[in-house]
Design a protein around this ligand. Structure first.
Ligand code: ATP
Ligand code: MG
Length: 482
């Protein structure tokens, strides 16, 4: 048997507790990874959306400026400057316009102006090759966009328009969006962590409640119940533990009853032996009386012997020892039992009649069948009246072999019929004891019948007799009974 000692108990619970938190930690980790990915995806998408809208706006502005410039006859600083000054809606951080050769003919920047110089910005170089260019950067609340388009007049490229824009208002909008996404992720993760921890603690607490109850039950308090409400697995586990303790309680009560009954039954013959032997020792009795007393001591010893034999066979049945069942024809065993008890029957002036059907094979342990028949025939003789009859019959009914033991004896009172299969129960204690009965025979019979998949019933009329009916399923196999 595995013993839970006080040393290993706390360790078990520590490990158990840890496993709850391990599950919670894994759960938190998985959700954290998922949330980080969602976070990255959301911020990338929102940046792309901002970038695309900026690109469309900037290129359109470049295009509008390019078409204004294209209408000019000559691209000179003054003509371009005049044209730009008439464009009121153009709101950019810097605007550079270059001519065909790449020389700046307009620069909106007052400080570090590149007017009249060759401009070798990568966007202008790409635009002068006939491409539209856009680049976008976002950093700490500021969006920096650059765009450049070539200017065509009558199918010839006459220059480039280049614009830059620092947008802090939209930059701040994007930043607050990204901050919000991060804050929501953070709050969500904290909530997940808190709830996981609460659930892990609640689970551990409920589990600990079951363990605490089991420790109480282990110490022998089978009346203790695990009090756990709910409809989860732990509540079912608690209900199962409670069912188990109910069974343990019944088994324990039966065990106590059996021990007290058995010791009481054994005490009586032992007391008789002690009384008889004391009488022999103390009294100066004659030889015949002494002989009679010694004979009584012998009878009591025989009774003790029989009782211990029966207790032994009862404990064997209880222990459910694996015994070889075999396919057996019932009739020969019944005849063997009747032969064995015919002497006692003759002495008690009881006639035994047999009406046995031959071919009734059943699957049974042979010793069990013998013991069942022996106890029932013995009772049929013991509780019969002189000149009475015991009829033992065997026949097939449907798929069962039916064994009937019908006697014309004293019968059993109605209120006692329900008890006769209990251990140590006897209807008439005095009569039964005189005949050496211990009240164990029918308890053994019932246990043996049940463990061989049979059934037993009794019908009785007081003063007229009793009928015990035992049935076993027929086990037909051609080759066994030729
Ligand atoms: N055929 C019967 N007719 C009348 N009463 C019976 C019959 N069989 C059993 N009984 C009653 O049932 C009681 C229990 O029977 P059981 O065979 O268990 O015990 P027992 O015969 O007293 O002792 P044991 O069989 O252990 O020697 C008996 O004491 C008796 O009162
Ligand atoms: Mg008996």
């Amino acid at each position: 048997m595995l013993a839970i000692t006080s040393e290993n108990k706390p360790a078990t619970f520590r490990i158990y507790g840890k496993s709850q938190f391990r599950y919670a930690a894994v759960y938190v980790l998985i959700t954290l990874v998922v949330l980080i990915f969602l976070n990255i995806y959301c911020s990338n998408t929102s940046q792309t959306l901002f970038c695309q809208s900026k690109q469309a706006a900037m290129l359109e502005r470049c295009q509008v400026t390019a078409s204004e410039i294209a209408a000019l006859e000559v691209l000179s600083p003054s003509s371009v400057s005049d044209a730009i000054s008439q464009m009121t809606t153009l709101k950019v951080s810097r605007l550079i316009i270059t001519d065909q050769s790449g020389t700046a003919v307009y620069d909106s920047a007052e400080r570090s102006s590149v007017l009249g110089e060759y401009v070798l910005l990568p966007e202008i170089v790409t635009a002068s090759l006939g491409n539209k260019v856009f680049s976008w950067n976002y950093h700490a609340g500021t969006m920096l966009s650059r765009a450049a388009v070539p200017v065509y007049a009558y199918g010839t490229m006459i220059g480039c328009v280049y614009m830059t824009e620092y947008d802090t208002s939209q930059g701040l909008l994007l930043q607050s969006l990204l901050n919000n996404i991060s804050s929501i992720t953070f709050v969500l993760e904290i909530l997940i962590m808190v709830f996981s921890l609460i659930f892990a603690l609640m689970f551990s607490k409920r589990m600990e409640k079951i363990f605490a109850s089991m420790r109480i039950i282990r110490k022998g308090d089978y009346s203790h119940k695990v009090n756990l409400k709910g409809r989860d697995e732990l509540a079912f586990l608690a209900a199962e533990v409670n069912n188990l303790t109910d069974r343990l309680q019944i088994a324990e009560a039966e065990r106590r009853q059996f021990v007290s009954d058995a010791s009481h039954e054994l005490k009586t013959p032992l007391a008789s032996i002690k009384l008889l032997s004391d009488s022999i020792l103390q009294n100066d009795m004659d030889m015949d009386t002494t002989r009679e007393f010694v004979g009584d001591i012998g009878n009591e010893a025989d009774r003790l012997n029989r009782m211990t034999q029966k207790l032994l066979s009862l404990s064997k049945v209880d222990a459910a020892l694996e015994q070889e069942s075999e396919i057996l024809n019932v009739a020969p065993t019944i005849r063997r039992v009747v032969r064995m008890l015919s002497g006692i029957a003759a002495k008690a002036d009881i006639t035994i009649e047999l009406a046995l059907t031959e071919n009734c094979p059943i699957l049974i342990v042979e010793d069990d069948l013998y013991q069942i028949a022996f106890n029932l025939v013995e009772n049929g003789i013991k509780y019969n009246l002189p000149g009475g009859k015991l009829t033992v019959s065997l026949h097939r009914c449907d798929d069962n072999a039916i064994l009937r033991f019908a006697d014309t004896g004293v019968g059993i009172p109605e209120d006692a019929v329900g008890h006769i299969f209990e251990r140590f129960y006897r209807v008439d204690k005095a009569r039964s004891r005189k005949s050496g009965g211990s009240g164990l025979g029918l308890a053994i019979v019932r246990s043996m019948v049940e463990r061989n998949q049979g059934q037993i019933q009794v019908e009785s009329t007081l003063g007229q007799g009793s009928v015990f009916t035992v049935s076993f399923p027929i086990f037909d196999t051609e080759e066994v009974f030729e």
